[in-house]
Ligand binder design. Structure first.
Ligand SMILES: [Zn+2]
Ligand SMILES: [Zn+2]
Length: 387
């Protein structure tokens, strides 16, 4: 929208009303024209759509007493379409643009700086104009439950997602026959203004038509007149390796598609990870507790340890390994982003047999005799007394 357009456009002509038309006359004319030319009632008719835009534009200005006054004044000053900004501006245009439009307008040749553009841009971007702007798609939130192994290795999982889309049955009109009527409350704009301070007005979505500008005459059975439907789609989503339970990951651009060429929203996936009966996770490391016998711990030995999704590893247990010691099997943990892996932390648990055979009992009795010596708790009692 250029300034020239503004000056040259005759909104009275667009609405077919005289220059001294009353507010009621303007409103009435607008409603009639908006109804006839509403794009949802003239599917695929580019001319009607163009005309509807013009009508909305004209109503935005003439329907607002303050803007109508501005428009009338501007046209009175610039002439009705005869004005051409040019070097020097001509003898009859020596008024101060800055005064009129709140500053910012360039002085001298050409005369039309950013100031005017701002004023007029503001004028025309209000109201119905928003429908043609690219809109970013919705962000979608979803959840997925992974097995322990999938979380460690990463997985591609099917995600079923639902988002809002126009109802297929009525092409989004909400009307059984595809012929909704224009909402009388907002006269098709989908927005209602409420006065704010300082000459500004705030717009809210129209409550009567839920911001659609249309009301079904015969509501569609499928969407109950809302014109909206829930569209479900299943998408294969790659969950990166190394996610942990409760983590929320963001997949950029995998949300709902944008409208009018806008970008898609993002998809947020909350990940739940099932517990593993044997392995645990500590960051990049996996954990496991491995039972060993007393002779293995005392005498040392080789202990086979399972790994997640790989062949077992053999740990060399040094003689005299205490209960609860943690040993490290390098590179047997969870995958990292850089392709390397964390470690498997193996905690030794010395098991005490419940039932002993006669031979084992005898052997242990001999062991007790062989190791009889000072009280192993003597130090403990000493320390408990002190400090
Ligand atoms: Zn409405
Ligand atoms: Zn429908």
């Amino acid at each position: 929208m250029s300034t020239k357009d503004f000056v040259e456009k005759d909104y009275y002509k667009v609405l077919g009303v005289p220059k001294d038309a009353t507010e009621a006359e303007i409103k009435k004319a607008y409603r009639k024209l908006a109804r006839e030319n509403h794009p949802d009632a003239n599917k695929g008719d580019a001319k009607a759509e163009e005309r509807f835009k013009e009508i909305s534009e004209a109503n935005d200005v003439l329907g607002d007493p303050k803007r109508r006054k501005e428009y009338d004044e501007a046209r009175a000053l610039f002439g009705n379409g005869g004005f051409r900004p040019g070097p020097g501006g001509g003898g009859s245009f020596n008024f101060d643009l800055g005064d009129l439009f709140g500053g910012g307008a360039g002085q001298g040749g050409g005369g039309f700086g950013g100031g005017l553009g701002d004023v007029f841009g503001g004028l025309f971007n209000r109201g119905g104009g928003t429908r043609t702007h690219p809109r970013r798609g919705q962000d979608i939130e979803s959840e997925v439950t992974l097995s322990f192994t999938e979380a460690v290795d990463g997985a591609t999982v099917p995600l079923r997602m639902s988002s809002q889309a126009p109802c297929k049955s009525c092409s989004g009109t909400g009307d059984k026959n595809g012929t909704p009527r224009v909402c009388p409350t907002c006269v098709g704009t989908g927005q209602v203004s409420r006065g704010g301070g300082g000459g500004f007005s705030l717009t809210d979505p129209c409550a009567d038509c839920k911001g659609r500008g249309l009301i079904a005459q015969d509501p569609c059975d499928v969407c109950k007149g809302s014109g909206r439907a829930t569209s479900a789609r299943t998408m294969q989503v790659r969950i990166p390796a190394g996610v942990s339970d409760g983590q929320r990951i963001r997949l950029r651009g995998k949300g709902a598609p944008g409208e009018q060429g806008g970008p898609a929203g993002d998809l947020y996936v909350v990940v739940h990870v099932d517990a593993h009966p044997v392995f645990g996770r500590k960051g990049d490391n996996l954990t496991i507790t491995v039972p060993v016998t007393f002779p293995e711990a005392a005498l040392g030995g080789e202990v086979k340890v399972p790994t997640l999704g790989g062949p077992p590893v053999t740990l060399k247990l040094p003689a005299g390994t205490p209960n609860g010691r943690t040993m490290r099997a390098r590179g047997k943990g969870a995958a990292r982003k850089d392709g390397t892996r964390g470690d498997l932390l193996v905690t030794i648990e010395v098991i005490v047999p419940k039932d002993l055979g006669d031979q084992a009992k005898q052997a242990l009795e001999s062991y007790r005799e062989a190791t009889a010596g000072p009280d192993p708790r003597a130090e403990l009692f000493q320390a408990a007394k002190g400090a």
